[in-house]
Design a protein around this ligand. Structure first.
Ligand code: KG4
Ligand code: ZN
Length: 340
C-alpha cells in the first residue's frame, strides 16, 4: 500500500511517500522559518499562503524522487490537527480533493500521533508499550503508548512548552527565531555551574511541567550583570541544564510509575544533543532504553504523517475507509480522545 503524507500544521510543508512493503520511499520539505524570522514568530496568514504555494510542487517532487505516479497512490494521510486553522486547511483540502479525485481514502491524522510514532521509522524500533516524551514548540507531554491509538496522558506542561521556553529564552539572549538549536549551540561555549537556575516542578510529585518561570529567571540574571559573550553562553548553558534535568527526571519517573522500560522521545526539542546525552546516561542506569527519530524527523515533516496513516490503514483495513469530498480540521485536539 502506497500512502501519500501531507503535513501543513504550522510553518513546514512536508510531503512523503510511504510504502508498507518497502518503507519510506521519499520525502520533501519546505521550511518557512526564514520568512517568519523577521516577525519573531509564525505569522498564521503568511504560513497558509506559503503552504498553498509549496504543496503541489512538493508532491510532484516526492513522486518523482520515489519514481511513482499519482495514480499509484492507494491512500492519502494529511494532518488534521492540532495546529493553525488556515495552515491545516491547506493540507486537508488538498488531501481530501486528491482522495476524492483518485477515489481513494483520505485520512486525517493527529499531528502529535505522527510525532510520537516517528521513532518507529528509525532503527532500532521500539515495541509497544512504551512511554513517549513529546517535546515540541507547542507541546510538552508524557504519554503512555499501548498501541496505535491507545494513548494515556501521564503529565503535561501547565504553561509554556519546552520548545517555547527555548525560543523565548533564545530571544532574550539575542538569538534569532526559532532559537532552540541556536541556544543549544551557544550553550556549548558556556561554563558549567556559573549560574544556577530553578528546576520548576521537579519535586511536584506528579508528571507535570512548568517552564514559563525559567525565562523570567533568565531575564532577572540578564538584568543583574554586565553581559559579555561569555555570560550569554553561561546563561544559555544554565537554562539548558535546568530544562534537560526536569525533562529527564520526569521521564524516568514516568518509566517507574508505568513499570515500562522503553522511552521514545519525539518533537523538535528531541533534537537537543544535551537532552539526548543525559537521557541516554540516566535511562541506562535505570535499566531502560531510549529511542529517537532521526534528526530530520524530530521537527515537523511529512514522513511521520504518511507513516502514521499507513499504520492506521493497515490496522483498520483500506476498504473500511471511504473516499469523501468533505473534510474538517481541528485546531485543538486532545490526543487521548483518539481510538485504535
Ligand atoms: O516539533 P517542532 O518542529 O514543531 C512543533 O510542532 O512545535 O518543534 C519545534 C521546536 C522549536 O521550539 C525549536 O526551538 C525546538 O523545537 N528545537 C530545539 C532544538 N531544535 C529545535 N530545542 C532545543 N534544542 C534543539 N537542538
Ligand atoms: Zn510538530
Amino acid at each position: 500500500m502506497l500512502v501519500l503524507g501531507i503535513e501543513t500544521s504550522c510553518d513546514e510543508t512536508g510531503i512523503a511517500l510511504y510504502d508498507t512493503a518497502h518503507g519510506l520511499l521519499s520525502h520533501t520539505l519546505f521550511s518557512q522559518i526564514d520568512m517568519h524570522r523577521e516577525y519573531g514568530g509564525v505569522v498564521p496568514e503568511l504560513a497558509s499562503r506559503d503552504h498553498i504555494r509549496r504543496v503541489l510542487p512538493l508532491i510532484e517532487q516526492a513522486l518523482q524522487a520515489a519514481q511513482r505516479k499519482l495514480q499509484q497512490v492507494d491512500a492519502i494521510a494529511y494532518t488534521q490537527g492540532p495546529g493553525l486553522a488556515g495552515a491545516l486547511l491547506v493540507g486537508a483540502s488538498i488531501g481530501a480533493a486528491l482522495g476524492f479525485a483518485l477515489n481513494i481514502p483520505a485520512l486525517g491524522i493527529h499531528h502529535l500521533e505522527g510525532h510520537l510514532l516517528s521513532p518507529l521509522l528509525s532503527d532500532p524500533v521500539p515495541e509497544f508499550p512504551f512511554v513517549a516524551l513529546l517535546v515540541s514548540g507547542g507541546h510538552t507531554q508524557l504519554m503512555q503508548v499501548e498501541g496505535i491509538g491507545c494513548y494515556k496522558l501521564l503529565g503535561e506542561t501547565v504553561d509554556d512548552a519546552a520548545g517555547e521556553a527555548f525560543d523565548k529564552t533564545a530571544k532574550l539572549l539575542g538569538l534569532g527565531y526559532p532559537g532552540g538549536a541556536a541556544l543549544s549551540k551557544l550553550a556549548r561555549q558556556g561554563r558549567p555551574r556559573i549560574f544556577k537556575l530553578p528546576r520548576p516542578m521537579l519535586h511536584s510529585g506528579d508528571l507535570n511541567f512548568s517552564f514559563s518561570g525559567l525565562k523570567t529567571a533568565v531575564l532577572t540574571l540578564l538584568n543583574k550583570q554586565e553581559i559579555t559573550e561569555q555570560t550569554r553562553a553561561d546563561i544559555a548553558l544554565a537554562f539548558q541544564d535546568a530544562v534537560v534535568e526536569v525533562l529527564t527526571e520526569k521521564s524516568l519517573a514516568a518509566l517507574s510509575q508505568t513499570g515500562l522500560s522503553q522511552l521514545v522521545v519525539a518533537g523538535g526539542v528531541g533534537a537537543n544533543e544535551h537532552l539526548r546525552q543525559n537521557l541516554n546516561l540516566k535511562a541506562t542506569r535505570h535499566g531502560a532504553t531510549v529511542f529517537y527519530p532521526s534528526l530530520e524527523f524530530c521537527t515537523d515533516n511529512g514522513a511521520m504523517i504518511a507513516f502514521a496513516g499507513a499504520l492506521r490503514l493497515q490496522a483498520d483495513g483500506l476498504t473500511k475507509q471511504q473516499s469523501t469530498s468533505s473534510f474538517n480540521v481541528k485546531t485543538r485536539w486532545d490526543l487521548e480522545t483518539l481510538e485504535s
